[in-house]
Design a protein around this ligand. Structure first.
Ligand SMILES: [Zn+2]
Length: 107
């Protein structure tokens, strides 16, 4: 389990969760009901969180969230598809040509 996203806006956390679920990534939401105790515990502990169950899916999930935030994944390095050798931009979590996942990913 790895934490991929946290926000004190529970709606955003659920949006991220739904988006990742739609990509068949197993995720869990934590702390989504703790907002009622904000003020009694540190705010960082009140943040709702999205956790990726399978660490192998972490990079893919990270890319999807980066795309959601910026509309592109410019900070991510380009990569070469292990399936067909095609050059892919870093913003692609899957090969644009053959849909092969980023090397090492197996969701
Ligand atoms: Zn490919």
């Amino acid at each position: 389990m790895k934490r991929i996203y946290s926000d004190n806006n529970v709606a955003m956390v659920w949006h991220v969760r739904n988006m990742l679920k739609a990509q068949d990534i197993d995720v869990e939401v934590r702390n989504d009901r703790l907002y009622t105790v904000v003020g009694e515990v540190p705010v960082t502990e009140c943040m709702a969180e999205v956790w990726v169950v399978n660490p192998l899916c972490y990079r893919l999930a990270e890319q999807l969230i980066a795309e959601m935030r910026t509309g592109s994944g410019e900070s991510l390095p380009d990569w070469e598809c292990p399936g067909c050798g095609e050059h892919n931009e870093g913003s692609f979590a899957l090969c644009w040509k053959c849909q092969h996942a980023y090397p090492g990913e197996s969701c």
